[in-house]
Design a protein around this ligand. Structure first.
Ligand code: FAD
Ligand code: NAD
Length: 456
């Protein structure tokens, strides 16, 4: 008999949740190999630290506008060092929770980098020491790392990835330039604008967050501009150079014209790529496609017994998608149907107001030949939105004209990241707009706007 039923490589939200399910639900003898900290990108360099900063930004904004509610809050200012300690404390608390759960479920954790020697052997290197783990199955959950584009000057001091920017405890930059107007770019823009920085976004494509509904992109651009952001789309960065007084000079091309700007810091966030460095020992590999590991819907790779899930498989690079894929893969190893419905993965952007999307946009549904309709409502008449002083928001619901089943939804409003779960649940359960409209939602709440959206 082999020592382990399963060795998981990578302890992000994909890997550690899969390990917990494997050991806790299915009684598999499970090992988890991690070369850095438990929790992966999401906990240590992603979701949790960024949302801790966004929460602080929202507290700051709230205090700045407190006077409108008759609350006097004078001398509001940011202590970056305190915020940095709080962020670290939040991360450590959650990391401790994961360690405790793994111990409870008897998952054996190996600290070191994992390398697959063959379909049944993982070598764990810790310093000079190598431990070989003998296992029935292997689950690769090694996540992703930031893309570093070949821009001249990318290694200059002050040019950072999100990993480095998150570790800064100095006061915010006077002026931050963000290369890439995707999810990371707009969330950091939102944080830094609230913290009083001037922010410039340089995006290569014609619009921000280009994988989202067009109207959401346009509204976000308008809102960020209203908050003072300088946004350049169709802008190609040519190079970065050292300027005077420790500043940086950024040269970029916009509408065929070369432009320059001076800035104090540059955040480069032009996407992430699957992490497979050192993962395969000599003579062993699985099928790959442009850097990502190819799998089927159960997470099986081209090598029997070797599975992969999460960011390393490309596709939707989100924490909850990785967790769901991990749970489904472990279920499949045990010949049990996957517990998670992978066809409706919500995606959220935690700007102010929040953006959330699930399923198809109207354009996507039509492009797939569906007879789809959409209905949009504004949240201007929603009592909770008005009393809490929210920006103008909207909810768009996409449904099949004949069956009236929900095909998707796009939201930009307060608590959009929570509200989107109602539409996700509707898609999982195959509900129609009329079935969603039967639910009585409490008053006054943001969720009442959903009733307005689905009462056709
Ligand atoms: P990861 O979390 O990347 O974990 C992989 C782990 O594997 C890492 O700990 C790594 O050290 C380890 N590893 C790699 N190679 C080896 C090896 N050979 N041996 C041992 N260990 C190895 N997603 C959301 O859903 N919501 C958000 O709000 C959100 N915000 C984000 C903000 C930022 C700034 C970033 C960068 C990402 C954000 N994401 C968010 C994306 C999310 O973090 C990822 O989708 C998620 O972490 C992927 O999980 P994973 O388990 O596949 O991989
Ligand atoms: P992204 O793919 O969302 O956006 C990258 C942007 O950079 C794109 O708009 C792209 O057109 C642009 N770009 C590419 N090359 C460029 C160049 N040379 N100059 C200017 N612009 C350029 O990637 P990201 O923002 O780095 O985020 C990575 C992943 O992390 C996301 O795909 C997402 O899955 C995850 N994430 C999720 C959340 C969330 O769920 N709230 C938050 C942050 C990150």
């Amino acid at each position: 008999m082999r020592t382990f039923d399963l060795v998981v490589i990578g302890a992000g939200p994909g890997g550690y949740e899969a390990a917990l399910d494997a050991a806790g639900r299915y009684g598999m003898r499970t090992a988890l190999v991690e070369q850095r900290e438990l929790g992966g990108t999401c906990l240590n360099r992603g979701c949790i630290p960024t949302k801790t900063l966004l929460h602080a930004a929202s507290v700051l904004d709230g205090l700045r506008h407190a006077g409108e509610y008759g609350v006097e809050a004078d001398a509001v200012h940011l202590r970056s060092d305190v915020l940095q300690s709080r962020k670290n404390q939040v991360v450590e608390q959650l990391r401790g929770g994961i360690a405790m759960l793994l111990k409870q479920k008897k998952v054996q954790v190996f600290q070191g980098s994992g390398s697959i020697l063959d379909a049944h052997t993982v070598a764990v290197q810790t310093g000079e020491e190598v431990t070989k783990l003998d296992t029935e199955r292997i689950l690769i959950a090694t996540g992703s790392v930031p893309v570093r584009p070949p821009i001249p000057g990318i290694t200059l001091p002050g040019v950072m990835s999100s990993d480095q920017l998150l570790d800064r405890s100095e006061q915010p930059f006077d002026h931050l330039t963000i290369i890439g107007g995707g999810v990371i770019g707009v969330e950091f823009a939102s944080v830094y604008l609230s913290m009083g920085s001037r922010v410039t976004i340089l995006e290569a494509l014609p619009r921000l967050i280009s994988n989202m509904d067009r109207e959401l992109s346009q509204s976000l651009k308008m809102l960020l501009k209203k908050r003072g952001a300088d946004i350049h789309t169709d802008a190609r960065v040519l190079g970065l150079e050292s300027g005077s007084d420790g500043r940086l000079v950024c040269r970029y091309l916009e509408k065929e014209q070369e432009q320059t700007l001076e800035t104090d810091g540059v955040l480069v966030c032009v996407g992430r790529r699957p992490c497979t460095e050192g993962l395969f020992g000599e003579g062993f590999t699985v099928e790959m496609e442009r850097g990502r590991i190819v799998t089927d819907a159960d997470g099986c790779t081209s090598v029997p017994g070797v599975y992969a899930i999460g960011d390393v498989t490309g596709g939707i690079m989100l924490a909850h998608a990785a967790t769901a894929a991990g749970r489904n893969a472990v279920a499949s190893m045990n010949r049990v149907p996957g517990p998670c419905f992978a066809q409706a993965v919500p995606a959220c952007i935690y700007t102010e107001p929040e953006i959330a999307s699930v399923g198809l946009t109207l354009d996507e549904a039509k492009a797939q030949g569906m007879d789809a309709e959409s209905r949009k409502i504004l949240t201007t008449a929603n009592g909770k939105s008005v009393l809490s002083g929210q920006e103008r928001g909207m909810i768009k619901v996409v449904y099949d004209r004949e069956s009236r089943k929900i095909l998707g939804a796009q939201l930009m409003c307060a608590r959009a990241s929570d509200l989107v779960s109602e539409f996700t649940q509707a898609m999982v359960s195959g509900l129609t707009v009329d079935e969603m409209a039967r639910t009585i939602r409490p008053h006054p709440t943001f969720s009442e706007a959903i009733t307005d959206a689905v009462r056709l």
